[in-house]
Write a protein that binds this ligand. Structure first.
Ligand code: ZN
Ligand code: ZN
Ligand code: ZN
Ligand code: ZN
Ligand code: ZN
Length: 363
C-alpha cells in the first residue's frame, strides 16, 4: 500500500468491487421495485425499520445494515427507498438518493400487498426466536403461507417438542431429525398447522378425494409421536380419519404435487365445487408453476466462470447447511479476503477463491 497513491488505491478498490460483483451468483445491479409484487429473495433490514428489500438492494443500498436473509416470499415488492424506508438519521440530506439503484430522491409509493410478519424482525417459527446459526435443527418453510406469511419452522416445533428435549441428542448426531419428523427426502413441500387449520374445510375435502394419497405425503401431528404415513396406509381407503377433533397437524406434499393437484382439479365441478375454488383462487401457486424471480446471471467466461461457479456452489452449500444463512457476512469476509489483492494489484485466481472457502469452512 505504501507505494501506491490514494487515487490508484481507489481505482483498484473500484476494480475489486467490480470483481467482487462479478463473483456474486446473481447480478445485483437492478432493484426489483419496478417489477412490482414478485416471488423473490427477500432480506429484512433491521437498521431501516425492519423493511423487506430485494437481493440487489441488500448488497448495494444496505451494505452496512443489520440484514436478515428471509429466502423467498410471494407477492413482495422491494421497500428500499419507499415511504417505509425511514432514513437512518434525522440529519440525512434530503437530496440524497433513497435507493442507490433506482436513484430516486423522493420516497416511492410502498406496496400495500407486502405482508410484514415477525420474520422481518429477524424472528422465526411458532417459538418466535432468532435464527441460530450454531443450531443443527432443520428448519422448513411453509409453502402455503396464508396464515403464517411463509414462516420457517424448527423440526422440533413442527412435532410440538421443546428445543431442550431435542438439543442434547442433536449434538451427538447432527443428521437426526426430531422424533416424529418424516425423512426430508420423503416429501417436497411443507404446510404448517396454522395454514392447515385456516383452510381446514378445504384440506378435509382434499384428503377425502380419491387421489389424495398422490399429493399428501405425511400428516404430522403436533404433540404426539403419532405421524400418519399416508403412503403406507391402505391404498384404497380415502383419508377420512381427520374428523377426530384436533386439527393441530401439519401436512407434507409429495414430489410432483402440482401435477397431481391439477389432476384433482380436473375431476371437480368448476361451478359448484368449493375445493375447485380453493385450488383455483386461494392457492393457485400450489397448482401452477411458481418460479422464484432471479436477477439475470452475469455472463462470465473462462476463468471467471470457474470462480463464479465456485462461489455460487459455496453460497448455495452454505445456505443449504445453515438454512437462513448470513449471506452478507460471507460477502464481508470475502471482501476482506480480497482487499490485499486490490492493495497489491494481484490478480484473483480460482485457487485463491478456493483457499478462501477452505479457510472459511474451518471457521
Ligand atoms: Zn430493491
Ligand atoms: Zn438498511
Ligand atoms: Zn435500493
Ligand atoms: Zn421453533
Ligand atoms: Zn403456514
Amino acid at each position: 500500500m505504501s507505494d501506491i497513491s490514494a487515487t490508484e488505491y481507489l481505482s483498484r478498490q473500484q476494480e475489486l468491487e467490480d470483481e467482487a460483483r462479478k463473483l456474486m451468483p446473481w447480478d445485483p445491479r437492478s432493484c426489483t421495485y419496478e417489477k412490482g409484487a414478485l416471488r423473490q429473495q427477500v432480506f429484512a433490514c433491521r437498521t431501516h425499520g425492519n423493511i423487506g428489500i430485494c437481493y440487489s438492494c441488500s448488497i448495494q443500498c444496505h451494505t452496512s445494515c443489520d440484514i436478515v436473509e428471509l429466502f423467498t416470499k410471494r407477492n413482495f415488492t422491494c421497500d428500499c427507498g419507499t415511504e417505509r424506508d425511514k432514513p437512518k438519521s434525522e440529519n440525512q440530506q434530503t437530496n440524497e438518493f433513497r435507493c442507490q439503484l433506482r436513484k430516486n430522491r423522493e420516497p416511492d409509493v410502498a406496496s400495500l400487498q407486502n405482508v410484514y410478519g415477525h420474520n422481518f424482525h429477524g424472528l422465526f417459527c411458532s417459538c418466535n426466536e432468532e435464527y441460530d446459526p450454531d443450531s443443527s435443527a432443520v428448519m422448513l418453510q411453509c409453502v402455503l403461507g396464508a396464515e403464517c406469511n411463509e414462516d420457517w419452522y424448527h423440526d422440533y416445533c413442527i412435532v410440538g417438542k421443546g428445543k431442550e428435549k431435542q438439543g442434547a441428542k442433536r449434538k451427538a448426531d447432527e443428521e437426526t431429525l426430531a422424533d416424529g419428523m418424516p425423512p426430508l427426502d420423503s416429501f417436497d413441500a411443507f404446510i404448517c398447522w396454522k395454514c392447515v387449520s385456516k383452510y381446514d374445510y378445504y384440506f378435509q375435502k382434499l384428503m377425502s378425494h380419491s387421489l389424495a394419497e398422490e399429493v399428501i405425503a405425511h400428516r404430522i401431528q403436533r404433540g404426539s409421536l403419532e405421524e400418519k404415513d399416508l403412503s403406507r396406509s391402505d391404498k384404497k381407503r380415502p383419508i377420512d380419519d381427520v374428523t377426530d377433533g384436533s386439527i393441530d397437524y401439519s401436512l407434507t406434499l409429495k414430489h410432483g404435487y402440482s401435477k397431481q393437484l391439477a389432476k384433482i382439479k380436473e375431476t371437480l365441478d368448476k361451478k359448484t365445487d368449493k375445493l375447485y375454488k380453493f385450488l383455483d383462487d386461494l392457492v393457485p401457486f400450489l397448482v401452477n408453476d411458481d418460479p422464484v424471480y432471479e436477477e439475470p446471471e452475469d455472463t462470465a467466461t473462462g476463468a471467471d466462470d470457474m470462480v463464479s461457479l465456485l462461489l455460487q456452489s459455496s453460497v448455495q452449500r452454505e445456505q443449504a447447511v445453515a438454512g437462513i444463512s448470513a449471506f452478507n457476512s460471507l460477502k464481508t469476509r470475502l471482501s476482506e479476503y480480497l482487499r490485499p489483492f486490490a492493495e497489491s494489484g494481484r490478480v484473483v485466481s480460482g485457487e485463491d477463491i478456493n483457499n478462501f472457502f477452505e479457510g472459511n469452512e474451518k471457521k
